[in-house]
Design a protein around this ligand. Structure first.
Ligand code: 13P
Length: 394
């Protein structure tokens, strides 16, 4: 391609790409003679400074993200585990418990909400987004529309939601959201096929560009599922491939790296592998992968827990923060922050306070892990249980 050798990115506001004159076939002698540079101004998001600021405040020391963006179907599974029906009232009660926990903002810098929650209020009429703002927690929104089968692949899936995303994002911004999340998955036992990896990376990059254009910091989450009996080396190999494609397409879509956050899976052996890896090994492999693939311009790495137990997820995060990293290395856990809370609550109003305390215990533990100062001494048996489900959807 004649243009590639001229490619040059110009600061924040535009990119200039050398191009052939219009109407010439590439490679033809007339094209060679008339090839010249043509400037193609590319508009940078008018939100650029705000995006950088938002990302920085989410990636602040000793804090991480509370992910409670379960779709109604997945939230229903959570509620069913404690014998509650999947009604709007029960979902609101559960989210109210979480989002009104006093002092949460000391450990939590952002909360990812499902659309229903973004527009909901507490039972006494206070908007959930305002409850968060009062605690200095940035409200976020899940914007993908879930996974569907990917035709032509090896039983893999792709993530929907790009149609209408720009207008939805603009509305979410008006409602108070300042960051977004798009979760797609890659399955190691299914290949992964080159097609599935490319589709995942391209979708994430388009979503990231659209989010930034509408003032939302995109969380980029290609979840490499824990499913499978493969060893840790294989996870490393797949993770490196996936992240290299993701960054290739992020760059191609002119995404501002200083205004994104990543939500990777930790590099672990498959959940059905014969041996578990200790936190030091998981930290070593995960950081190796990240250092090889993630530019230091990215402000924060906010891990998902993927079905690990609460204690495992915290120990692994702690191990990754034993020496300085080029980025803020923290958490964006759903299951690893909610397991004990749900079991403590059981849907009874008289248990709300105890459940909120349980949330603070987990949030504080992960805050300490973000600072590399966590010890698992005194953790409950419940916190050591995982919530791994094969082929988990969100
Ligand atoms: P966990 O894997 O931590 O349950 O969360 C996944 C996720 O994407 C939540 O936003």
């Amino acid at each position: 391609m004649a243009s590639a050798s001229f490619a040059k990115l110009n600061a924040a506001s535009s990119a200039w790409i050398g191009q052939q004159s219009f109407g010439q076939r590439p490679g033809s002698s007339s094209a060679r003679l008339t090839t010249r540079r043509v400037s193609l101004p590319i508009r940078a998001s008018s939100y650029k400074d705000e995006l950088v600021q938002t990302a920085k405040s989410i990636a602040s020391p000793g804090r991480g993200i509370l992910a409670i963006d379960e779709s109604n179907a997945t939230c229903g599974k959570r509620l069913a585990s404690i014998g509650l029906d999947n009604t709007e009232v029960n979902r609101q009660a559960y989210r109210q418990l979480l989002l009104t926990t006093p002092g949460l903002g000391e450990y939590i810098s952002g909360a990812i909400l499902f659309e229903e929650t973004l527009y909901q209020s507490t039972t006494d009429g206070k908007k959930f987004v305002d409850c968060l703002r009062n605690e200095n927690i940035v409200p976020g929104i899940k914007v993908d529309k879930g996974l569907v089968p990917l035709p032509g692949s090896n039983n893999e899936s792709w993530c929907q939601g790009l149609d209408g995303l720009a207008s939805r994002s603009a509305e979410y911004y008006k409602q108070g959201a300042r960051f977004a999340k798009w979760r797609t998955v890659v399955s190691i036992p299914c290949g992964p096929s080159a097609l599935a990896v490319k589709e995942a990376a391209w979708g994430l990059a388009r979503y990231a560009a659209i989010s930034q254009d509408n003032g939302l910091v995109p969380i980029v989450e290609p979840e490499i599922l824990l499913d499978g009996d493969h060893g840790i080396e294989r996870t490393l190999e797949v993770a490196e491939k996936v992240w290299s494609e993701v960054f290739y397409y992020l760059a191609e879509n002119n995404v501002v790296f200083e205004g994104i956050l990543l939500k990777p899976s930790m590099v672990t052996p498959g959940a059905e592998h014969k041996a578990k890896a200790p936190p030091e090994i998981i930290a070593k492999y995960t950081l190796t992968m990240l250092k090889r693939r993630v530019p230091p311009a990215v402000p924060g790495i906010m891990f998902l827990s993927g079905g690990q137990s609460e204690v495992e997820a915290t120990l692994n995060l702690n191990a990754m923060n034993q020496s300085p990293n080029p980025w803020h290395v923290s958490f964006s856990y759903a299951r690893a922050l909610q397991n004990t809370v749900l079991k403590t609550w059981q849907g009874h109003p008289e248990n709300v306070e105890a459940a909120q305390k349980a949330l603070l215990v987990r949030a504080k533990a992960n805050s300490l892990a973000q600072l590399g100062k966590y010890s698992a001494e005194g953790e409950s048996e419940e916190a050591k249980k995982g919530m791994f489900v094969k082929g988990y959807t969100y």
